[in-house]
Design a binder for this molecule. Structure first.
Ligand code: MF3
Ligand code: CO
Length: 255
């Protein structure tokens, strides 16, 4: 069952998503050369408290493990679920920050990848293509379409670049829980999969690699990395399916 949000749910969901986007926006302003990733994580904890929300990641369970950070911070060959550490960011790095918050019982989920200092042109291109692919996917999040339309739009955009698409992790429905139905793979066939209806809220999140799509989970039990050590990019929005155009909910508040 894919949850359909009521107008009342959406009022809170919109707020949760705009808070998630605002927290992410502020973290993007903090990430620069010399800053260590644990400082970004600590800032996230403080900013979340300012907005009366909590991290949906902190102590998130996977088997016997609990995620120890407040945001996922993944650098270069780290694809997703990186953990803040004393690693200092340096020129040429790309850093994905995945912010998911719970506000009054609803989750907002979004991710951006930022460039630190001078980033190699081919890496920049990877980030731009991932962002464009996300927006191609979002454009298909329309009532009457199917999940496969989103997946196929992302796949058909990135494949001509020769990039890899991570298959083991997907986008997802989001609302009262961080992960709801449906799963939204970043590859697939148009016209297939669950039907989209107005009131569904979806986290669409391509994870795109410069080289091979093969990944592994590091020794910390969380950090997902590319097997070939090449860079990877992850960008995500939470989107509302409507009877008209898709609405991106993870838009920062003006401040
Ligand atoms: N926010 C991530 C997502 O997009 C999930 C975070 S997993 C955690 O699905 F381990 F960090 F909690
Ligand atoms: Co997500």
């Amino acid at each position: 069952m894919i949850p359909i949000k009521s107008e009342r749910d959406l009022k809170v969901m919109r707020k949760a998503c705009s808070i998630a986007a605002t927290v992410l926006d502020r973290l993007c302003g903090i990430a620069r050369e010399g800053v260590s990733t644990i400082d970004i994580d600590s800032a996230a904890r403080e900013i979340m408290a300012e907005y009366s929300c909590r991290s949906a990641c902190y102590r998130y369970r996977a088997g016997d493990l609990r995620y120890p950070g407040y945001v996922c911070i993944s650098v270069n060959d780290e694809v997703i679920h990186g953990i803040g550490s004393d690693r200092a960011l340096k020129s040429g790095d790309i850093v994905s920050m995945d912010v998911s918050v719970v506000y009054q019982g609803f989750v907002g989920d979004n991710t951006r990848t930022v460039l630190i200092g001078d980033v190699a042109p081919e890496t920049r291109k990877l980030v731009e293509a991932t962002d464009a692919a996300l927006h191609r996917g979002i454009a298909q999040a329309r009532a009457g379409n199917r999940v496969g339309d989103i997946s196929a739009a992302i796949q058909s955009y990135v494949e001509p670049f020769g990039y890899g698409i991570v298959e083991e992790f997907t986008g997802h429905g989001v609302g009262r829980h961080m992960h709801e139905e449906p799963q939204i793979p970043n590859f697939g066939t148009a016209g297939r999969g669950p039907l989209l209806r107005a009131g569904m809220t979806l986290a669409i999140e391509p994870m795109i690699t410069m080289g091979s799509p093969e990944i592994f989970v590091g020794d910390d039990g969380w950090t997902v990395r590319t097997s070939d050590g090449k860079p990877s990019c992850h960008i995500e929005h939470t989107v509302l399916v409507t009877d008209a155009d898709p609405e991106i909910l993870t838009v920062p508040m003006p401040y």
